[in-house]
Design a protein around this ligand. Structure first.
Ligand code: C2E
Ligand code: MG
Ligand code: MG
Ligand code: MG
Length: 280
């Protein structure tokens, strides 16, 4: 009867939830192990100027799982946030980036920091530890935060950003235009740079003139506030041309280069002459 059906369904969902929970727990354990064994690594994607010279790099974390293959950061970064591992993962990433790049000069490296990591009271201790360990110069690094960081005006976050700036780090707002940041929050948090989200970059090719005008307006707005503006996710020459017309002078995307391991970067010097030599 209906009751039995209902019971059957409930049991089915319970079994499904158990399985999902078990998979999560297993993945969590795997992530802990991967960090302990140094199995996560960083790749770097070029940021270029209008002449397509490399003017910076963004560090992106990669995890090749022994059984499941590549697990994207949009899966395991939130997982780390949920299971209380984000502080550890964040410090691991900082350590890897500084180790890879501390010898590079005149090529700023951007590091993504999770909103949750930035809200922790021991964040500055963690980054200071890694800076000291690798003798990194904060002036060569940019901290990428997302608009959710600015929401709610968390005092710990605000302190951390202020101290980061005092130490010499640059602050970039990632995925700009997708969230809810107000102009006043850009100024309150003293943001140095905005990264126009690739959704807008795609929209710059829109047939709808209103949509195109909006993208132009966002770029001009950033510039009139004295911010550096970079477009991310640039994939086509048409997008690049339209962005140039809109006044954008910094670009990142597959059109200019895929993210790649640090030791592969020097081999790209013919393509990207301004890539610094890696020593040691
Ligand atoms: P994000 O910081 O906005 O990074 C840009 C993402 O777009 C990267 O994906 C990059 O590989 C990809 N991408 C670059 N150029 C293009 C393009 O031309 N077209 C398209 N379709 N995509 C492009 P990835 O590495 O999978 O990272 C996804 C997100 O995961 C990042 O978005 C960032 O929010 C997060 N993430 C990545 N690495 C880290 C990390 O080290 N720490 C933290 N906290 N988050 C990270
Ligand atoms: Mg980013
Ligand atoms: Mg982004
Ligand atoms: Mg994005």
């Amino acid at each position: 009867g209906a009751k039995e059906n209902g019971r059957g369904r409930a049991a089915f969902f319970e079994a499904e939830m158990d399985a999902a929970l078990r998979r999560r727990r297993a993945l969590e354990g795997d992530l802990r192990r991967a960090m302990a064994q140094g199995d996560l690594h960083m790749v770097y994607q070029a940021q270029v100027d209008e002449g397509r010279h490399v003017v910076g790099l963004e560090a992106l974390v990669r995890w090749t799982h022994p059984a499941h293959g590549n697990i994207p950061p949009v899966i395991f970064v939130p997982l780390a946030e949920e299971c209380g591992l984000i502080g550890e993962l964040g410090e691991y990433i900082l350590g890897r980036v500084f180790a890879d790049t501390a010898q590079w000069r005149h090529c700023p490296v951007a590091i993504n920091i999770s909103a949750l990591q930035l809200r922790q009271t021991d964040f500055m201790a963690s980054i200071t530890r890694q800076v000291a360990l690798h003798a990194a110069d904060p002036a060569n690094y940019e901290i990428e935060i997302t608009e959710t960081v600015l929401l709610g005006d968390d005092p710990v976050t605000r302190d951390n950003i202020a101290v980061l700036k005092q130490e010499g780090f640059t602050i970039a707002l990632d995925d700009f235009g997708t969230g809810y940041s107000s102009l006043s929050s850009l100024q309150r948090f003293a943001i140095d740079k905005i990264k126009i989200d690739r959704l807008f970059v795609r929209n710059i090719q829109s047939d709808d003139p209103e949509t195109r005008r909006l993208v132009h307006a966002v770029i001009q707005l950033g510039q009139s506030l004295g911010l550096e503006v970079i477009a991310e996710g640039v994939e086509t020459e048409t997008q690049m041309a339209q962005l140039l017309t809109a006044g954008c002078r910094r670009f990142q995307g597959y059109l200019f280069g895929m993210p790649m391991p640090a030791d592969a970067l020097p081999h790209m010097r013919d393509v990207f002459p301004s890539i610094p030599p890696v020593t040691g």
